[in-house]
Design a protein around this ligand. Sequence first.
Ligand code: MD3
Ligand code: FE
Length: 217
Amino acid sequence: MTADLFACFPEARASREEMAEGAVLLRGFVGAYEAELVTALRDIVAAAPFRRMFTPGGHQMSVAMTNCGNAGWVTDRTGYRYSPDDPETGKPWPAMPPLFRELADRAAEHAGFAGFAPDVCLINRYEPGARMSLHQDKDELDFRAPIVSVSLGLPAIFMFGGSKRSDKPRRFRLEHGDIAVWGGPSRLFFHGVAPLADGDHPVMGPQRLNLTFRKIK
Ligand code: MD3
Ligand code: FE
């Protein structure tokens, strides 16, 4: 009975922790979505494989990325942007599975952002040692929409700063199945991920995946 309840209402299981105004951590919110989420991810990665892109400064990122949805985040020597096509194939990114949309919408609503309609899902892959330096996400047009992030696989230390690069980051451990919603004032806060520690996750293997759902238009 309780298993059925959690399958239908991940809200019933998840805890809710406010990290900053508008930033809400829902530990375990993925719940019963896990199996279908992982299956759908396999199909996306088969059509649009992970790749380590180059920054405009000429550095190759340690995090490998792919996307699904109406557009995808890309970077190369010319800059950062959202592109409707995968530059590797020239074809549109794989469509966002309805299940992804549903999970992101439910998490956003639970965090107080009803009516979230993401059009992009950026998928990051961290292998041990991979990291993401402190940055802001500001390539989107409408900062009233939150970003929803889903963590899968090995745990990571998330660095959560403030509105200024010099604000001292606080650390949060993000684990398999956790969802975080970043909206309101925290939407433009600096953030990053510390180098991933070695490990082997029972479901995901020796890696961490992070899905970020974004409304870019
Ligand atoms: C806080 N990804 O893809 S997700 C990114 O774990 C990114 O892969 C990290 O930062 C990752 O841009 C962090 C959590 C996250 C995403 C967007 C945010 C936190 C955020 C935007 C504003 C504030
Ligand atoms: Fe970011």
